[in-house]
Write a protein that binds this ligand. Sequence first.
Ligand code: SF4
Length: 234
Amino acid sequence: MNAAKRQEIFRRLREADPEPKTELVYRTPFELLVAVVLSAQATDKGVNLATAKLYPVANTPAAIAALGVDGLSHYIRTIGLYPTKAKNVIALCHQLMELHGGEVPHDRAALEGLPGVGRKTANVVLNVAFGEPTMAVDTHIFRVSNRTGLAPGKTVEAVEQKLLKVVPREFMLHAHHWLILLGRYTCIARKPGCPTCLIRDLCEFKAKTPEAAPRPSVLPKGGRKPAETSDDGA
Ligand code: SF4
């Protein structure tokens, strides 16, 4: 894909949604960090339902650490992999208190050193909480980047590096949200919504979903339309 096409793709995505936001609900960097850790292999909606009950009770490292693994599990048991996530979040809270004064560090290495925090989670926190132009490649971004030809790559790391290289600077801050939303709602895994996709003419995917054929009319020539038939059969 050439640079002019990439520029136009992001120009349209920005025009359609100038200030894209994460769908995770959070008020502080710490709430965001915990929500992102909980969201691995789970939906944002499911995480939001759990944190809506958890955060009014405990939304600081000290308060969540005080719940302990069992206490935290009570709030997050509807989320996949919750036993491991509960252990990680409790360990993460202790580490934040012991090493970072109870604050979320604005530093990639420190973030990736926290239990349950990998490169993707660190990228999301750096981007959303601290405004860094990082590229957190998830399953949606991986699919969209490969399908469209925007930044093809065999691994998540390869796609991340390619995107960091080719996304025009002016779009970097929001690029990861635009691509996630495109993948989540339009360029979905099984049947991409190509007919209504706003970058259809720029996308280089060879197997785009065709427009649905118009449904043949079932009306006999000169016959009455169904709407013209009254409820009482007249
Ligand atoms: S045109 Fe189709 S394949 Fe290309 S980005 Fe849009 S939905 Fe995805």
